[in-house]
Design a protein around this ligand. Sequence first.
Ligand SMILES: Nc1nc2c(ncn2[C@@H]2O[C@H](COP(=O)(O)OP(=O)(O)OP(=O)(O)O)[C@@H](O)[C@H]2O)c(=O)[nH]1
Ligand SMILES: [Mg+2]
Length: 233
Amino acid sequence: MSTRIVEVRAGVLKKNDELARDLRRRFEAAGTFVVNLVSSPGAGKTTFLQKTLEALRARHLRVAALVGDLETDNDARRLADSGAPVQQINTHGRCHLEAEMIGAFLEPWSLPEIDYLFIENVGNLVCPASYDLGEAWRVALLSVTEGEDKPLKYPTMFNSADVAVITKVDLATACDFDQPAACAAIQRVRPGMRIIEVSAKRGTGMEAWFSALDERRSAWQRERVPAPSIGAA
Ligand SMILES: Nc1nc2c(ncn2[C@@H]2O[C@H](COP(=O)(O)OP(=O)(O)OP(=O)(O)O)[C@@H](O)[C@H]2O)c(=O)[nH]1
Ligand SMILES: [Mg+2]
């Protein structure tokens, strides 16, 4: 790779990091807990997110979602069935979402009125790993149909995530899924990472996911820098 290409790429990432840092401050000030879902194409992000939005709304939590794809608004339409406000971001060729896109799409929303903002990234196990979106929690999904060694082949994605979710466990037997091997692969690239196993279709494991989400948000609320109160010196 030429020096010039490396320089341009480093510049793009630096700019993204700065924008992501600003976004993170905005999310913290507003009290909006942001979750970035990353995975290979078709691992089950939209199905999992739709069930999550429905469950959180049923618990009277205020949720919203941004979803990235190269083209189509298919996923936004599916997610909107949950009743949550949803916007589709089409990247037109880019294989990941960037902080600038998130900032632009937040415009119509009032962040203090959103408890959870979910971002479904473009399905890709490489590029989204390098782009911070200002999220508080990055969740890497791995479906049982993909092969247990994916974390070893795409270590940056799993290494940069905070939690791993193994999806479509209802298909595990049919796929001869080797659960211990998949968990060992995740632990090898990210020792100690929490792993949650779910079938969004059947509902299996979803309560454990909701508990983990609630637990993490509560910890984040305790850790975040509170917004300065009006009139404070
Ligand atoms: N059996 C089974 N199928 C699932 C499950 N979750 C998702 N699927 C199926 O897997 C396929 C892909 O699911 P999506 O939710 O669209 O996956 P995605 O990761 O959002 O896909 P992209 O956004 O295109 O990357 C669909 O046919 C879903 O019905 C599950 O828990 N069990
Ligand atoms: Mg999707």
